[in-house]
Write a protein that binds this ligand. Structure first.
Ligand SMILES: CC(C)(COP(=O)(O)OP(=O)(O)OC[C@H]1O[C@@H](n2cnc3c(N)ncnc32)[C@H](O)[C@@H]1OP(=O)(O)O)[C@@H](O)C(=O)NCCC(=O)NCCS
Length: 185
């Protein structure tokens, strides 16, 4: 998701509803819904994963408090090791992954996949028909993550992340699980 898309989120904060229990992941990593008290820890994950391109705290806060958004955090021994931010619209029946991030030192252990799975569980609880996201065309690990979990490339947006930095729009229809065959576009 590009920064301009989330600017509006800071204008209409609502009261978040934490409705869905989060299942335990790996023995040492728990994924749970994040709340406002987690903002500082989430910003550390943003810094580690995105550096100068991180969301600013106001944007992360908006994801935490808006009714149609949520944030998940992966916690290992009290430390945040990953996060996911998402939005959804019941009206258009779509869930959108805005960001999935795992600390550099914790990658390759299945945490990103679990964060994605829990986002989809929440989308599924809302009976959303389709899940979508944007990802930079050169972000091979993220593209591999999404493709392996049933997302397909629906289109491309030129200069989405800045001049010369394009994004794939990826989409998955509800009901497609890991291992399902997805026709490349
Ligand atoms: C993308 C990211 C979240 C993946 O997290 P992760 O915890 O390392 O991923 P996982 O260990 O759960 O791997 C899940 C799948 O991703 C793919 N994958 C992960 N890392 C990969 C790599 N370096 N190369 C190729 N594929 C990779 C694999 O398909 C893997 O599936 P498998 O384990 O069934 O083979 C992580 O690399 C990250 O935080 N990147 C920086 C932030 C970012 O770019 N986020 C995406 C923004 S849209």
């Amino acid at each position: 998701m590009a920064k301009h898309e989330v600017d509006d989120m800071t204008r209409q904060p609502g009261t978040a509803q934490w409705t869905y229990p989060i299942a335990p992941l790996l023995p040492a990593v728990i994924i749970r819904r994040a709340g406002e008290a987690d903002l500082a820890g989430l910003m550390k994950v943003e810094e580690d994963c995105f550096g100068s391109e991180r969301f600013n705290p106001e944007v992360v806060h908006a994801f935490l408090v808006r009714d149609n958004a949520f944030v998940l955090v992966g916690v290992e021994e009290g430390e945040f090791v990953g996060s996911a931010m998402a939005l959804y619209s019941d009206e258009v029946s779509e869930g959108k992954i805005a960001s999935i991030a795992v600390l550099r030192r914790c990658r390759g252990q299945g945490i990103g996949a679990e964060l994605l799975r829990e986002c989809e569980n929440i989308f599924r609880a809302h009976n959303l028909s389709r899940y979508s996201l944007e990802v930079e065309t050169v972000n091979e690990p993220a593209i591999a993550l999404y493709t392996s979990r049933g997302y397909h490339r629906k289109g491309i947006i030129d200069d989405f992340y800045g001049l010369g930095r394009h994004a794939y729009c990826m989409e998955k229809m509800a009901g497609i699980r890991k291992g399902d065959s997805v026709k490349p576009s």
